[in-house]
Write a protein that binds this ligand. Structure first.
Ligand code: APR
Length: 314
């Protein structure tokens, strides 16, 4: 059986562990600074498996030895966004946690594919890549699949069609500079832009951009985890089954889309060993300009991460 280590046994981490284990995709190790929390959740998840025909084994604790030999490492450790808190506010708070857990998890699982979930996503993925020193295709952030899933869900509700009929395209950052592309989003092959008015499309785009914040403000405590964990589990499956799934993920660009030295959300082919290639969509000039602006902003934030890293070297 393949093995997945999930670091952070909070809401996103534990629901990810549950989804992977219940589908029998892999054995799961759930690791948290609070070992008993991880142990308790692992036991709880394991005790549901007799009902789901899964032979996955689930264990939990604070010891990174549990992650040894994992094929995929998922990082969810950190602090969720509080109401009114921007993703930038989260940056400094989560950088220290991410550096520590990535160092430990990757030492235990040196051949793994790493999927980052902790926010601010693109910046934390950049940090994780720096900390690992791994080749870029083994380190990616989960965001575009979630943002696309949100857009698909809103569009499906608007049109009265099943959400699975919507093929969303959302590029860019997981945050303010997100680029939902209604022009390339389709419903059973028909572009959304041909079915909905411009005003409605802008409404859906805006709600997608603010999708995380909408949930944060409703929950009052913590942030979204059902959809995020579903997206992570889907990406884990794509890697372990070598599916060559077309999925938008935050990856480091080195020339693709004319962009260099930046992590942002673009479509990639995802399978065993990580992402295999970036798929370059034919963007209109104004879309390209938006993507470039997003890249410039993320590059600046990545520089802040680099500064933080050099000022806080271990
Ligand atoms: N080492 C290990 N685990 C840690 C550490 C650490 N240094 N610091 C924090 N954690 C654990 C916490 O103990 C907690 O169990 O990370 C977990 C985070 O869980 P939650 O607070 O429930 O947060 P969650 O909703 O799961 O979100 C986690 O994912 O989507 C993003 O924005 C979200 O950055 C956030 C992350």
């Amino acid at each position: 059986m393949r093995k997945v280590a999930v670091i952070g046994a909070g809401q996103v981490g534990s629901t990810t562990a549950m989804r992977v284990a219940e589908r029998g995709i892999a054995d799961v190790s759930l690791i948290d600074i609070y070992g008993d929390l991880a142990r308790g959740k692992a036991l709880d998840i394991a005790q549901a498996l007799p009902l789901t025909d899964s032979s996955s084994r689930v264990e939990g604790g604070s010891d990174y030895g549990l992650a040894a030999g994992s094929d995929v490492v998922v990082i969810t450790a950190g602090f969720p966004r509080a109401p009114g808190m921007s993703r930038s506010d989260l940056l400094e708070k989560n950088a220290a946690v991410v550096r520590e857990v990535v160092e430990k998890a990757c030492a235990a699982a040196p051949d793994a594919v790493l999927i980052m979930v902790t926010n601010p996503l693109d910046e934390m993925t950049h940090l994780a890549w720096k900390v690992t020193g791994w080749e870029r295709r083994r380190v990616m952030g989960m965001a575009g699949l979630l943002d696309g899933s949100r857009l698909a869900s809103f569009a499906a509700a608007e049109l009265g069609v099943p959400p699975g009929q919507v093929q969303p395209v959302v590029l860019g950052s997981h945050g303010d500079a997100m680029l939902p592309l209604a022009r390339l989003t389709s419903v059973a092959g028909v572009p959304l832009a041909e079915i909905l008015s411009e005003g409605k499309l802008e409404e859906l785009n805006a709600r997608t951009r603010d999708g995380g914040a909408e949930i944060v403000s409703l929950l009052k405590q913590g942030s979204a985890y059902y959809a995020p964990s579903a997206c992570v589990a889907r990406m884990v499956r794509a890697v372990l089954m070598d599916e060559d799934m077309l999925v938008v993920a935050s990856v480091r660009l080195e020339g693709e889309y004319g962009l260099d030295d930046v992590f942002l959300g673009v479509p990639v082919i995802l399978g065993w060993g990580g992402w295999k290639r970036v798929v370059e969509l034919p963007l209109h000039p104004e879309e390209r300009v938006e993507l470039e602006a997003c890249a410039a902003m993320l590059r600046e934030r990545a520089e802040m991460v680099d500064e933080w890293l050099s000022g806080n070297s271990a």
